[in-house]
Ligand binder design. Structure first.
Ligand code: NAD
Length: 340
């Protein structure tokens, strides 16, 4: 029998996770919760999804001619697990309701870590989430960091990681966010919160990150500097990266910008031009003995989608091993295949 899943919050992350759930052989998407009958609700209706809302908002939906299947409570009565993709810090306000229905919940990186029993990345700590009631999929930047750190950790114990993060200012639809000009230190005094968030998963890792925000919507860029416990070669690093799920290598001679990368994803038919992988520039890999530097792109709207699917499998114990869940998720989403 398929696990029944609901999604609370059908925005940038929620709509993508809902779509991904509908592709899984072991999951059924029961419906999505929208609070407002806006253009994103229209997209859900056109995609044939069942819409649920808050009791007090039903009339507003009907006034717009949108059929509502029930309330959030009705959805919770019909599912085994809920993915909370409401805005940052809103998810925590729903936790009591999920608890009162004894439903497992997968939260997002905009929540404080204590919303959940485990902060999650499929490659790093799938096993810790097995059977848990509340799991938090870490944010887009943290997911990107953890995947690459995981890949490099297969070569050698890591002494330290130092990272510089160039953050996109907003997602395409976020018409009220900025900056539209200038580069903003985020924050001026390091570390940026990304390193602290990595430490919610890899508690003992010595990591510091600096971040700046730039006026783009396309993707983040990270440059990392590792110090390892042994000397390695660039071929070893490239092999470790290309053998890691959800990491793609690209040639800087062909692609040297996030703009070309996202356009290529559109050209090759990725849904919404989504890129679920870390895209590492192979030419950026620089090795000097025990030091490794590299640069990669993170498509913020898409990178956590596969992790949400694996988090559902972990809490429901659909697969006991990370690699088994990752394989199903990645096949269903065409991960790595579109560019290899
Ligand atoms: P979003 O604003 O695009 O979507 C949130 C959705 O929740 C919208 O449909 C909104 O209408 C709905 N909503 C608002 N208030 C609500 C409420 N009280 N109850 C139920 N639904 C409500 O946000 P998003 O970018 O999808 O972010 C969701 C979560 O994912 C956040 O924790 C965020 O930090 C995290 N996240 C976002 C990104 C990104 O780049 N956008 C990347 C990784 C993680």
């Amino acid at each position: 029998m398929k696990v029944r899943v609901g999604v609370n919050g059908y925005g940038t992350i929620g709509k993508r996770v809902a779509w991904a759930i509908s592709l899984q052989p072991d999951m059924e998407l029961v419906g999505v919760v929208k609070t407002k009958p806006n253009w994103e609700t229209l997209s859900a209706v056109k995609r044939g999804l069942r819409i649920y809302t808050l009791k007090e908002n039903i009339r507003e939906f009907h006034a717009r001619g949108i059929e509502v299947h029930g309330t959030l409570e009705d959805l919770l009565n019909s599912v085994d697990v809920i993915v909370d993709a409401t805005p940052g810090d809103v998810g925590a306000t729903y936790k009591k309701i999920y608890e009162s229905f004894a439903r497992k919940a997968v939260f997002q990186g905009g929540e404080e870590p204590d919303v959940a029993e485990v902060s999650f990345n499929a490659l790093v700590n799938y096993g810790e989430a097995l059977g848990k009631n509340y799991v938090r999929v870490v944010s887009c930047n943290t997911t990107g960091l953890l995947r690459v750190i995981y890949a490099v950790s297969k070569l050698s114990k890591i002494r330290s990681v130092r990272g510089f993060i160039v953050r996109r200012a907003a997602d395409l639809k976020e018409i009220k966010k900025g900056p539209v000009e200038g580069v903003v230190l985020d924050p001026p005094k390091p570390p940026s919160h990304h390193a602290l968030d990595v430490n919610t998963v890899l508690k003992d890792l010595d990591i510091v990150t600096y971040a700046v925000v730039v006026p783009t919507t396309l993707a983040h860029i990270h440059t990392l500097h590792f110090v390892l416990e042994r000397s390695v070669t660039s071929d070893e690093v490239l092999d470790a990266l290309s053998n890691t799920p959800r990491i793609l290598l690209v040639d800087g001679g062909l692609i040297k910008s996030t703009a070309e990368l996202r356009e290529l994803a559109r050209d090759l038919g990725r849904p919404q031009g989504d890129i679920f992988e870390n895209v590492v520039w192979s030419d950026s890999v620089l090795v000097r003995g025990d030091e490794v530097m590299l640069t990669y792109a993170v498509h913020q709207e898409a990178i956590v989608v596969p992790e949400n699917i694996d988090a559902i499998r972990a809490v429901m114990r659909l697969k006991e091993k990370a690699e088994d869940s990752i394989k199903i998720t990645d096949e269903s989403l065409g991960i790595k295949r579109w560019l290899q």
